[in-house]
Design a protein around this ligand. Structure first.
Ligand SMILES: Cc1cc2nc3c(=O)[nH]c(=O)nc-3n(C[C@H](O)[C@H](O)[C@H](O)COP(=O)(O)O)c2cc1C
Length: 194
């Protein structure tokens, strides 16, 4: 079984069950031994890897520059299946974000334009009101149609080395745990003790 196909099939199934995690993932990074994890929208899963959109003013982008090794977690409660994907992160070609960014909701576009102009993502604000005032001024001075993709909007791809699937959805309660790793342009499967 191709694990990329398995993830896509399971995302599809999870969506059909209105699973709140169907379009999300949890990305773990390590910054000189300090772990960090965050929720992200999982944009696409393909043979090339798992695509994410982030902002280059964020701490996670700095960490990725220093250490591109990552682990990404998927948990689909509706089908009782977990995936852990390990690999390395690379930046995507600018054209990918240029194509997708214009489809973002207006509020997200104005927030994206506030990174860099007001403050970097995850940095300390003088107050919440300072952010509200900044976004309000932006909205008044620039109609949505004038907003172009900010240079800090960035697409990245996690290229998997291993994909592990834990399936809890077994009537006999004997969970199934499989790990896939790359070999000769394909994937080899091994069974792990769940
Ligand atoms: C449901 C949900 C979806 C999110 N999607 C994204 C996303 O696609 N891209 C992103 O950069 N941050 C997203 N975030 C925010 C991140 O979890 C995180 O707070 C932010 O990117 C700053 O992370 P950092 O300080 O580790 O760099 C999302 C948060 C939630 C709760």
């Amino acid at each position: 079984m191709d694990p990329i196909q398995a993830i896509n099939d399971d995302r599809h199934l999870a969506r059909s069950h209105d699973d709140a995690n169907a379009d999300l993932c949890f990305l773990a990074l390590s910054d000189e031994g300090q772990p960090s994890v965050r929720t992200l929208v999982l944009r696409e899963v393909s043979d090339s890897g798992l695509t994410l959109f982030i902002n280059s003013t964020s701490p996670k982008w700095q960490i990725i520059q220093e250490n591109p090794a990552a682990e990404l977690l998927l948990w689909y409660h509706s089908i009782q299946r977990q995936y852990r994907v390990t690999g390395r992160i690379e930046q995507l070609d600018r054209s990918v974000i240029e194509k997708n960014w214009p489809r973002r909701p207006a509020g997200s576009k104005y927030l994206d334009h506030s990174y860099g102009t007001l403050a970097d993502q995850s940095s300390v604000l003088a107050s919440r009101q300072s952010l509200i005032d900044h976004v309000t001024r932006l909205r008044e001075s620039r109609p949505e149609d004038d907003l172009t993709t900010p240079t800090s909007a960035t697409g990245v791809i996690l290229i998997p080395d291993t994909i592990e699937c834990l399936d809890l959805n077994r009537a006999d309660r004997i969970h199934e745990r499989k790990r896939y790793f790359r070999h000769n342009n394909g994937w080899v499967t091994e069974h792990l003790m769940p």
